[in-house]
Ligand binder design. Structure first.
Ligand SMILES: Cc1cc2nc3c(=O)[nH]c(=O)nc-3n(C[C@H](O)[C@H](O)[C@H](O)COP(=O)(O)OP(=O)(O)OC[C@H]3O[C@@H](n4cnc5c(N)ncnc54)[C@H](O)[C@@H]3O)c2cc1C
Length: 459
């Protein structure tokens, strides 16, 4: 009898175009396993919104595997230990897994490989990090040359279909998903999530299909929060419910600026992995060392800064575009990209609060919270990153709001302002009852930020 093959699943919760599942299925009976590991990532254990998503994704994957005569085994604990012990328990021939780049997963892969036969596969990115390097043989730190070099390797291999599974002679025991209590009950803060998202591979495929209808206009509509111009595939891509190669090839035959621009955005995911592979503590440390000397207002020591951080989180800054974004995030676990940039810039430059406070809040509240993507973008906005906007370019939220036509978006997420005209809504001349005054005026905030920056440079 051929030995069973374990497939260790993490953020690759799909059956189609899943190289680890395919290779395992070709080698013998397959035992797919997911380990809920709150130990190995340390402070980077899954955030609340991620846990909500994970429940749905595992549920769907389990059902899809059952329908194919297979199962999803759930275990809990330190993944390296749990997977190695499971391999002993079932007499596994090998463990197959898609390679991950978060530092704790790299370490876990090394630990497992010391004890059992671990086979690593690619497929969560368009290119495995490390594949493209500069002329000097070093990894890229700037997106545009990285993107140009990566494009020379495109297209990615055509996606593969779901494999045929053979069941093992005996299934190992599994936890019950409901016992993990990944979803909130009292209070259930996720009712808005259900209205917007369908976690899982089928939901991802459906989302991609909807996007293809509007992909031609992506170049212009992606920046407009009031329209559904972007794909909203980010949580599906983050959880690996659809492979980037599948997304890429779905656009085949659709020439034009929309598809081109969308494909280039996909490379930001690859770029972020390329960054954390070089700098594994990127979410915890400013890449530019001078930013470690920035005298941020510290919510742990300063009551006003603490109150400002709370107002930002709750969407009560008095800047409608910022508040709309922060409330969309709280209610749905997602925020439009343009508004993420404005809200992040507001926290860092208007409120002068360290980018890491914002990164942590997003880590807990985003359904697409991603170790690489989140930090790369926060450090881009703060000006402290490898490839970053200048700190001194301070986004004006009110101008941005009007420029990107956010009136309808604000009406949806800040109902107190719903009756205001398109002209007034970006900066209400009279604040309707219950809507707060601005925490700080734009000009004053700008001066304070620039003076903080000058002090950092001089220190
Ligand atoms: C402060 C800040 C924090 C962010 N944190 C995250 C995060 O934790 N996880 C995350 O996936 N994205 C993050 N982003 C990037 C971006 O906002 C989201 O990927 C995008 O809004 C997702 O919407 P979409 O799927 O409709 O994107 P689309 O515009 O349809 O783009 C397609 C895909 O490309 C990828 N992508 C697009 N833009 C970026 C980008 N700037 N960086 C990395 N990948 C990108 C995503 O996987 C996205 O699904 C952050 C951006 C900012 C400014």
């Amino acid at each position: 009898m051929t030995k069973p093959q374990i497939v260790w699943l993490r953020r690759d919760l799909r059956i189609e175009d899943q190289a680890a599942l395919r290779a395992a299925a070709e080698a013998g009976p397959v035992i797919p396993v997911f380990v809920l590991d709150d130990e190995t990532p340390g402070e980077r254990r899954l955030g609340s919104a991620s846990r909500w998503w994970l429940h749905g994704s595992l549920q769907e994957l389990g059902d899809a595997l059952n329908a194919r005569g297979s199962r999803l085994i759930l275990r809990r604990g330190s993944a390296a230990q749990v997977v190695s012990l499971l391999a002993d328990e079932v007499g596994a021939g090998a463990i197959h897994t898609i390679r991950h780049y978060e530092p704790w997963w790299v370490k876990a892969e090394q630990d497992i490989a010391k004890r059992v036969d671990l086979v690593l596969h690619d497929g969560n990115y368009l290119l495995p990090p490390g594949c493209v390097v500069t002329g000097a043989g070093t990894p890229y730190r700037i997106f545009t040359p990285f993107y140009r070099a990566a494009m020379a390797h495109m297209p990615p291999p055509a996606p593969t279909s779901a494999p045929h599974f053979h069941a093992p002679a005996r299934w190992p025991a599994s936890d019950r998903l409901d016992d993990w209590k990944l979803r909130p009950t009292r209070p259930d803060w996720a009712t808005g999530f259900v209205e917007v998202w369908t976690p899982g591979e089928a939901g991802a495929t459906e989302r991609l299909k909807d996007f293809l209808d509007v992909a031609a206009e992506y170049e212009t509509t992606r920046n407009l929060p009031s329209q559904e111009g972007s794909s909203r595939l980010s949580p599906h891509l983050h959880w690996g419910e659809i492979s980037p190669a599948t997304v890429w090839h779905a656009l085949d035959g659709r020439q034009g600026k929309g598809s081109e621009s969308f494909r280039s955005e996909l490379f930001w995911r690859d770029f972020a992995q390329n960054v954390i592979t070089q700098f594994p503590d990127y979410p915890d440390r400013s890449f530019r060392p001078e930013f470690e000397k920035f005298r941020w207002r510290d919510p742990a020591k300063d009551e006003n800064a603490k109150a400002d951080l709370k107002a930002w989180r709750q969407g009560r800054t008095g800047y409608p575009i910022v508040d709309a974004g922060m409330r969309q995030l709280w209610r749905t676990g997602w925020m439009h990209n343009r508004v993420r940039m404005i809200a992040a810039s507001f926290l860092i430059k208007h409120l002068l609060i360290d980018w890491r406070s914002g990164e942590r809040w997003f880590w807990d509240t985003l359904v697409d919270a991603d170790y690489g993507n989140n930090a790369t973008n926060w450090q881009w906005v703060s000006g402290s990153g490898v490839d970053a906007a200048l700190f001194t370019r301070i986004m004006a939220p009110l101008t941005q709001s009007a420029k990107f036509d956010a009136a309808e978006y604000i009406r949806e997420w800040v109902p107190e302002l719903a009756d205001l005209t398109d002209e007034d809504i970006h900066d209400p001349p009279n604040r309707p009852r219950g809507y707060p005054d601005q925490l700080i005026g734009h000009r004053e905030a700008r001066e304070r930020a620039l003076s903080g920056y000058r002090a950092m440079k001089a220190s």
